[in-house]
Design a protein around this ligand. Structure first.
Ligand code: ADP
Ligand code: MG
Length: 469
């Protein structure tokens, strides 16, 4: 029946409109003279009622006769869960026995102002809530390093035994772009994997707040609470956003208590430690501390390199080692920016059909760290200098008195003095455990040589370019 209606409709509207408004519809049930169709959202339903009611009516009447009825089934909006439609019945074409065009034209949307309550879930027992998890954020691609070891393994423990560890709630906190959202999803994904029957829900605190406000407006706060209380694993991202929102905090407090008392798992993320959270009620803060707070710190150099390599590997892209290290050396505080730099580097090079080289990498990195002005580290200087002279860093630092090695070392010291804020003593200790007098001597020697020795002058210029460009 629906197929016939569709072909009739298709003949009467533009292909674009058909694609947009009719293809997503699913016929779900047919009884006598009533056809139930499932539409993706309330908005969708309203649009159909507003613009296509006549067409629907005509097509349906053609198929089912004068007493044709159309029942809309609105799929739950994603956030509230999915697949389990709550079947608010809208008596749609029930006046069709009087098929006068005026009557047909009159939209019936106002007949049902209280369309539905998004939180009412029929048959709670086999409730299916779309968990809103992103399968691309999993443990396999959440690389381990010193900076995240505790949080990662606590997350694993929770994922293997949700509600069954003392990490309840598990609060993951750390700066922007350090993997909180990724880890939060990974926990959910793994739980879904191991315990498919558990109801897992990932939600950002922002969305939670919006839903709550909406529920108050629509007078169904209790349904809102009820909805959240049937969840087995609740993951709320960026709870610092609840700060200053007393109503939302209050409702969250109730939900939290209910879940916790019933052995359900709660996972939270925040950009600050609980002690630093402001405008969050004390009673909530103290709940947060019941379980485990685990910090995601800035990843060290090694971890940054492996994260970059892993991303490149996942994207099937190759990049020279020195560029990988350059990126890892220069973008330290935010993994998201690190990824962004990789992506734009790849994009630039493929757009302009250029090879990925250090020059391009530098340009791109400057876009990412413009404000902080790239700080050159002493490690980086030693690396660049030893590469330039084709030796390794150990050689550069060694005790040898071979002339070209001594010169390389002196150049490294000279640039460390010039380009970093480190003291002479600190430079000395980092470049092969020398004292401050040695560093001072090195700087003077480089100054002298670069005025008297042409070749040496070129070294200084080349290195300066490499280090500061
Ligand atoms: P946050 O929520 O803390 O701001 P995200 O979870 O959004 O940070 O992480 C930013 C990006 O960095 C994401 O693309 C994520 O996949 C990546 N990322 C973070 N930590 C890791 C890690 N340990 N291994 C691999 N990728 C990571
Ligand atoms: Mg995040």
């Amino acid at each position: 029946v629906w197929d016939n209606c569709l072909s009739f409709i298709q003949d009467n509207i533009t292909p674009q409109a058909y694609k947009t408004w009719f293809e997503p519809i699913r016929a779900v049930k047919l009884t006598d003279n009533a056809l139930s169709i499932q539409v993706p959202s309330k908005f969708f339903y309203e649009w159909l009622e507003e613009h296509y009611v006549k067409l629907l009516k005509v097509s349906l009447t053609k198929e089912l006769g004068e007493h044709a009825k159309l029942v809309y089934v609105i799929r739950m909006e994603n956030t509230y869960g999915n697949r389990q439609p709550f079947t608010e019945k809208i008596p749609s074409t029930n006046r069709s026995n009087k098929m006068k065009s005026q009557e047909v034209d009159a939209p019936f949307k106002n007949k049902n102002p209280e369309l539905k309550n998004p939180f009412v879930i029929p048959g709670i027992r086999n409730l299916e809530i779309e968990s809103q998890l992103n399968p691309n954020y999993n443990f396999d691609n959440f690389l381990e390093g010193d900076s995240n070891r505790l949080a990662r393994s606590a997350g694993m423990a929770v994922a293997n035994k949700p509600g069954g560890t003392s990490f309840n709630p598990l609060l993951i906190f750390g700066g922007v772009g350090l993997g909180k959202t990724h880890l939060a999803h990974a926990i959910g994904v793994q739980i879904k994997d191991r315990y498919p029957d558990k109801t897992v829900l990932y939600i950002s605190a922002e969305k939670f707040t919006q839903q709550y406000i909406e529920s108050v407006k629509k007078n169904n706060r209790n349904d809102f609470i009820h909805f959240y209380q049937v969840i087995d694993v609740l993951i709320v991202d960026d709870i610092q956003l609840l700060s200053g929102k007393a109503g939302t905090q209050d409702v969250f407090f109730h939900i939290f208590n209910h879940l916790h008392q019933n052995g359900k798992q709660v996972v939270l993320t925040s950009d600050k430690a609980p002690v630093d959270m402001q405008d969050i009620e004390q009673r909530l803060l103290s709940r947060f501390k019941w379980g485990l707070s685990a910090e995601l710190q800035q990843p060290g150099f090694e971890t940054r390199v492996s994260i970059i390599k892993n991303k490149l590997y996942q994207d099937g892209v190759e990049m020279p080692e020195d560029i990988v290290e350059f990126l890892a050396n220069n973008i330290k505080t935010n993994i998201r920016e690190l990824e962004g730099a990789i992506i734009s580097l790849i994009a630039h090079s493929s757009f302009n059909k250029k090879e990925i080289n250090l020059e391009l990498a530098k340009k791109i990195v400057d876009n990412y760290v413009k404000h902080t002005k790239r700080e050159v580290s002493i490690d980086y200087i030693q690396k660049v200098v030893s590469d330039y002279f084709q030796m390794d860093v150990d050689t550069l630092q060694s005790k040898t008195r071979k002339r070209h090695i001594v010169q390389a070392r002196q150049l490294a010291m000279f640039f460390a003095k010039k380009l970093t804020k480190a003291s002479l003593a600190s430079i000395g200790s980092q470049i092969g455990k020398r004292d401050h007098a040695t560093v001072l001597h090195a700087c003077k020697t480089v100054d002298n040589l670069s005025t008297t020795d042409k070749q040496f002058k070129k070294y200084v210029e080349d290195l300066n370019k490499k280090l500061t460009m």
